[in-house]
Design a protein around this ligand. Structure first.
Ligand code: HEM
Length: 428
């Protein structure tokens, strides 16, 4: 599908408040790319919070748009399954000739066992060790930024920092770390939208990824267990016998989980502070606000717009009859601005009460495994930014990604004014 096709553009020209409810299709990547999705969700939350769309790029689906309903569905994994055999966790079913099992797309008990295999990466000792590395690397990346000239924050900061972190989590060869970014982008990209041209190309590149990671597996499976994700999988009972496609699936889960999400929170946070300059002012006056601001940025950005479940049997929910086999899409991006739970949700409010009350990390047994690490990385990045620079200026609207899943940016042009650079201030 061409991301700029006439049909897509037509959809952009519609009046969201005039469309009949049954014509609303929030699963249109172009609405996300143009940041035009909000009025549609507003209508669905108000008029049809459990909404059926019988069109849809990937087929018919239900949209769940209110915070409390998303939590209820996530809590009921027996009826609303994540299992890849029903289609998995995104609107698009997995390709039948290239099924990648992974624990985010499994139900208990397999899910719980495999998750437990890698969970130690987030324990206290791991995080303490990672904190030192993350801070040192953040300093290096920030110290090298140009002053008083425009540059792309996505490439220079967000991608660089998250890729470095991923390389550390996998103990991945440092010089090849850009491959991780590529594989992450390839696995979530829509063919024809700028990253890959076809599903065939995706397969070829992901099989290269598998080959690369198999070499690392073979090195580690016979060596003593270490504190990296590959070694943990190679030594845990639940994962050591996994087949190659399952190994690739779990690797991609960890790559995408740790990459796009944090990357887009780092970019989205800076963009949001520029959109709400009073909030930026409060932050510059009081760096102690960082720990409260970080979860608020993650809510505001909602880096993964949705997760999908599939009904395992007929089920009545909020007066609607959901049938066995139906796709049910949980729109975190809408739940996160549902005013029944979050007041004035489209605004970034860095002193918000209970800022962790949001859906960006999901809920229930699949709740994000990397939450504490994401929080840690963002906190360190902001502490280091604030100890160097004043207000970093966003010079133009960002370029957004053409996707209904990854809600993020491909470019954000910014400038660090000379007076805002601690290095120049010190010289002055
Ligand atoms: C701001 C950053 C992040 C956001 C917004 C985010 C978001 C999410 C969401 C929405 C889910 C699914 C939850 C559900 O279905 O209920 C998830 C699961 C997951 N995330 Fe994250 N994530 C982030 C960072 C990370 C990091 C740094 C990692 C580390 C590698 C990670 C690894 C995972 C894994 C492995 C799962 C699957 C958990 C399971 O199925 O039990 N995430 N994340």
């Amino acid at each position: 599908m061409d991301h700029a096709s006439v049909k897509e553009r037509d959809y952009l020209a519609e009046d969201p408040f005039a469309l009949p409810l049954d014509k609303i299709d929030v699963g249109r990547p172009i609405l996300f790319q143009h940041d035009a999705i909000w009025p549609y969700f507003e209508r669905l939350r108000r008029e049809a919070p459990v909404h059926y769309c019988d069109g849809g790029i990937y087929g018919p689906y239900w949209s769940i748009t209110k915070y409390k309903h998303i939590m209820q569905i996530e809590a009921n994994h027996e009826v609303f399954s994540s299992d890849v055999k029903y289609g998995g966790i995104t609107m698009r079913d997995q390709m039948l000739d290239f099924v990648l099992p992974m624990f985010i797309a499994m139900d208990p008990p397999a899910h719980d066992l495999q998750r437990a295999a890698v969970e130690p990466i987030m324990d206290r000792q791991s995080l303490a060790e990672l904190e030192i590395l993350i801070r040192a690397r953040a300093r290096r990346v920030l110290d090298e930024l140009p002053v008083n000239e425009p540059f792309d924050w996505v490439g220079r900061v967000s991608i660089e920092l998250t890729t470095q972190l991923l390389a550390t989590l996998f103990d991945f060869p440092w010089q090849d770390r850009a491959k991780l970014t590529r594989w992450s982008d390839v696995s979530t990209a829509i063919p024809g939208a700028g990253i890959i041209e076809s599903d065939e190309q995706r397969k070829v590149e992901l099989l290269e990824c598998l080959q690369y990671f198999l070499t690392l597996w073979n090195e580690r499976v016979n060596a003593p267990r270490r504190r990296d994700l590959i070694s943990m999988m190679a030594h845990a009972e639940a994962t050591r016998h996994q087949g190659p496609m399952e190994y690739l699936g779990n690797i991609l889960l960890l790559i995408v989980g740790g990459n796009d999400t944090t990357r887009n929170s780092i970019t989205g946070g800076l963009y949001a502070l520029n959109k709400f300059p009073d909030e930026y002012g409060k932050l510059l006056a009081n760096r102690g606000l960082v720990p409260n601001m970080v979860p608020e940025m993650i809510r505001w950005q909602t880096p993964l717009a949705h997760m999908r479940r599939t009904a395992t049997r007929d089920f009545e929910f909020e007066g609607q009859k959901i049938h066995a086999g139906d796709r049910v899409v949980l729109w975190y991006v809408s739940g996160n601005v549902d005013d029944e739970m979050i007041a004035d949700g489209r605004r970034l409010i860095i002193e918000r009460d209970r800022p962790r009350r949001h859906l960006s990390f999901g809920f229930g047994l699949h709740r994000c495994l990397g939450e504490r690490l994401a929080d840690l990385q963002l906190r360190i990045v902001w502490e280091e930014i604030l100890s160097r620079f004043g207000r970093i200026e966003v010079l133009a609207e960002p370029k957004r990604i053409f996707s209904t899943f990854v809600k993020g940016y491909s470019e954000l042009i910014v400038r660090i004014p000379e007076t805002a650079d601690y290095r120049t201030n010190r010289l002055a």
